[in-house]
Design a binder for this molecule. Structure first.
Ligand code: PLP
Length: 354
């Protein structure tokens, strides 16, 4: 039986995508060849890469606005350093909203001065800082739109004249934003787009070429852009499968349609967390993420029973991250309302039993 997969990442993808991707492993487009055995320079694969790149821009509403989409390797973690390598000349500002921001800050410090503009570390990152002042003369501002581990999400992004850079690994394509406010967006595929192994980087080209340091080719965004995201062998299966998910999303109605469903799912789980006396939410209400809902059992003695009931209902991957504890329900784009309803039913069954 297919499980209800609430894993934070790698995570759920649309069932149709799993099916099409597995067929392509055996016989791509009736070619008698697998998608993973053909040359990445073949027309078949170049078409896949180009479609993935253009779908990404189209779904974000960034076509014809000076942006380029790349599918790179090294995960979002590689972008922590690539961003600084390519863009940090003297001083950059970082908003610290969780472990991933923290890691991005650590890498950036190798390349220049880093100003931590705001942080919610004082409360184990259970909120999004607000009302901070942004210093002048920053090379860029970096933020993390959705904090996968803590279950918080930025609703109002920093406004300044410095280019805005955002790690959107766990909420890209999940909600409508004016994406043209961002100069660079990156996202590891394995949270909301595809299998692990590739990272989407969307760059406004005019921010590049402004620093003095020499950049190794593999880390140089300009090199990857000039080679159509094919400077070296790309992770063909991860790119192909991401392309299938983006196609699925377009057919679903795009970001607008998925956002509506994501909001319904979030409402469903959070209303149970708030109304059920056995549970309490981790993140402060106004900053709650629509992607990752974090909550704990008030009485830890019920853990064994609740976990067993989850397993019985075919629910997978709801354990919280070790730095938060409790539970985390990740409800990425591919998750249906029915799967969330199944978890909510188990939570209310527990209340009836306890
Ligand atoms: C998972 C995650 C990362 C790390 O991604 P990798 O691809 O494993 O390097 C970075 N940022 C956020 C917000 C994440 O959720």
């Amino acid at each position: 039986m297919k499980k209800h997969n609430f894993s934070a990442g790698p995570c759920i993808l649309p069932q149709e995508v799993f099916k099409e991707a597995s067929e392509a492993i055996l016989n791509y487009n009736d070619s008698g060849l697998s998608i993973i055995e053909i040359s990445h320079r073949s027309k078949d694969f170049v078409d896949v890469m180009e479609e993935a790149r253009s779908l990404a821009l189209e779904l974000l509403g960034l076509e014809g606005k000076g942006y380029k989409a790349l599918f790179l390797q090294g995960g979002a973690s590689m972008q922590f350093l690539s961003v600084a390598y390519n863009l940090l000349q003297s001083k950059a500002g970082y908003i610290n909203t969780g472990s991933w921001s923290d890691k991005a800050i650590k890498e950036a410090k190798l390349f220049g001065e880093v100003v931590e503009i705001a942080s919610s570390k004082d409360a184990n990152f259970n909120y999004i800082p607000k009302g901070y002042t942004i210093p002048k003369n920053l090379d860029y501002i970096h933020c993390t739109s959705n904090n996968t581990i803590f279950g918080t999400q930025i609703k109002d992004f920093p406004v300044s004249e410095a280019p805005l850079i955002c790690d959107m690994s766990s909420d890209i394509f999940s909600r409508q934003l004016d994406f043209s406010k961002f100069s660079l967006i990156y996202a590891g595929a394995q949270k909301n787009m595809g299998p692990a192994g590739t990272t989407l980087v969307v760059i406004k080209e005019d921010i590049l070429g402004k620093i003095e340091r020499q950049i190794p080719s593999m880390l140089d965004y300009k090199v990857h852009i000039s080679k159509g995201s094919m400077f070296n062998t790309p992770p063909v299966f991860a790119v192909y499968t991401s392309m299938l998910t983006l196609k699925w999303l377009k057919k679903f109605g795009g970001v607008e349609a998925i956002e509506e469903r994501n909001e319904k799912k979030a409402k469903l789980i959070y209303s149970e967390v708030d109304l059920n006396p056995l549970f309490k939410g981790f993140a402060v209400k106004e900053d709650r993420s629509t992607m990752n809902a974090t909550f704990t059992l008030i009485n830890e003695d019920l853990k064994e029973t609740f976990d067993a009931m989850c397993t019985e209902a075919g629910i997978n991957g709801v354990n919280g991250h070790r730095s938060v504890g409790g539970y985390r329900a990740s409800m990425y784009n591919a998750m249906t309302l029915e799967s969330v309803a199944t978890l909510v039913d188990v939570m209310s069954d527990l209340e009836r039993k306890a």
